[in-house]
Design a binder for this molecule. Sequence first.
Ligand SMILES: N[C@@H](CCC(=O)N[C@@H](CS)C(=O)NCC(=O)O)C(=O)O
Length: 557
Amino acid sequence: MAPTEKSILFHYPPSIYSHRPPVMPRPDLASIGVGYRKIPIMAIGKDVYCDSRLIISKLDALHPNSNLTPRTAAELGVQKLFENYSVDGGVFGNAVKLMPYWTDATLLRNKIFLDDRQKLMGGRRMTKETMDAVRPEGLQQIRQTFNLLETTFLADGRDWILGSKEPTVADIDAVWPFEWMIMDRNMNECLPEAHISDKIYPKVFAWVRRFMSVVEEKKSARPKPTTFNGAAMANLTLSATSATDDIGFINDDPLDITPGEELEVYPSDYGQMGKTAGQLVGLSTTEVVIRNAKGLNVHFPRWNFTIKRVSQASVVQIPIGSSKSIPKMRLIYHPFSPYTRKVFALVHELSLAKHITLQKVVVCPVPIEGWSDNNNDVSIYNPMAKIPCLVPDDVPDGIFDSNIICEYLENLASVSRKKDARYWQLHTLHACADGIMDAAVLITYEVRIRKERGLFFEEWMEGQKQKILRGLDRLETAAKAGVLPQPGPGPASADEVAVAVATAMTSKMAYLDIDWEDGRPALGSWMKKWEQRKSFLNTPPLKDWVVDADTMIGSKI
Ligand SMILES: N[C@@H](CCC(=O)N[C@@H](CS)C(=O)NCC(=O)O)C(=O)O
């Protein structure tokens, strides 16, 4: 169904793609949750389309029987090849090398533009020296592109690329870098007469001028588009109500991504820092759609765009290979202990369970029969007599506490992480999860041990409860902001496991009287996925755990 909303085009006048900023309208893009930073983009209702190639084909699809549409499949193929030739094939990239830094009109006199390009191109700055150095190469390449058009597509004197009476999308896809070089005042003098002129390539020059006179004619025959400021655009876009553009879902994609997965999409060539994050909602062989935190569906072409799982963006997992021998390990545990659940769930995430034997114990800071029976057994390995404790063959004196065990396990599985800002945000949530567990364990002792002995300290318990509630709020904020990666098919990190275990634990302790889901919808939907995970199902808090029947050993050392 055609959308009822009109399309909003984000552009800046000197961008050839959007006609096609010296200063990009990024605050406007940030206000609608789009990290992609190139221009143009187009919004129709709640659908945002990135990249001129996708925009052109979407607009064409919205007006199916216009004269712009190629008539046959072969013609469509020619159009698609031009779509790629102009952008990825290097026509535009080589035209940039010809930008005339010496003229007054050039964008290269504009410091804001130069600063912006420098960021976009990973630190390389356009200077007189660098432009002089690349110009000869750019020129020889661009001459080839003029030559190709002059001697093949336009050689028979036709007006338009596909031999039609009027221009088609193939002309639009092909013409714009040429129009930029020939007609744009910012590019004045970019083409040296001796190599590229209307005498040498008359058909190409005439085609570009013909095209632009049709554009001028059409422009004057149509009402002027309305111009919005950023706030009005954000309001219109975020409050749109028409149905979104559903492109369906292919299930056999080589990237093996599934609906709902948290992804980042960004250009593979330059401007890679402009990442847009969201949940996968549509996938075809040529297009990917993610729903961002503002509820907008952001569409990208797949050609020359990178799709990464958010969890993959910072975690590099090298599969456990035969080159690394994994020691046998004994995990001293009790299923009630959230810290041991964290560790054993991570064991499952990292596929290390077959190397583990389990030893169930009861420990307690106070000597109470039935609670502290194994204190002496555990204190051989951990003088604190706390669990979990891991006793690997290669570290027979034992490893504790749960964080150090997680570090040991991740090292065994060759997990290495890029320690970027996102890593520290997530890693801090591990401390938050541990804090929630600490407070809950202290409350347990208060209610179950101290109360019976007339030592119950209610305000103190209330103080611990507040820590849990604040911790859960922090987890909700992190889930909302996408700091907590959506569970994917690969192994989750110890940090994610810790958060899932701590959150689940709060609902299992009736005396805490905490309904963590209340007012925490993002954490709730994140947990729904965790509750289905094998590592979670294999570590039930109210039953004894098993690795497999043969390796399970008794509860006494
Ligand atoms: N920071 C430690 C905490 C471990 C802990 O407190 N475990 C509890 C069981 S849930 C325990 O062993 N308590 C016995 C005690 O405090 O003596 C870790 O992460 O491993």
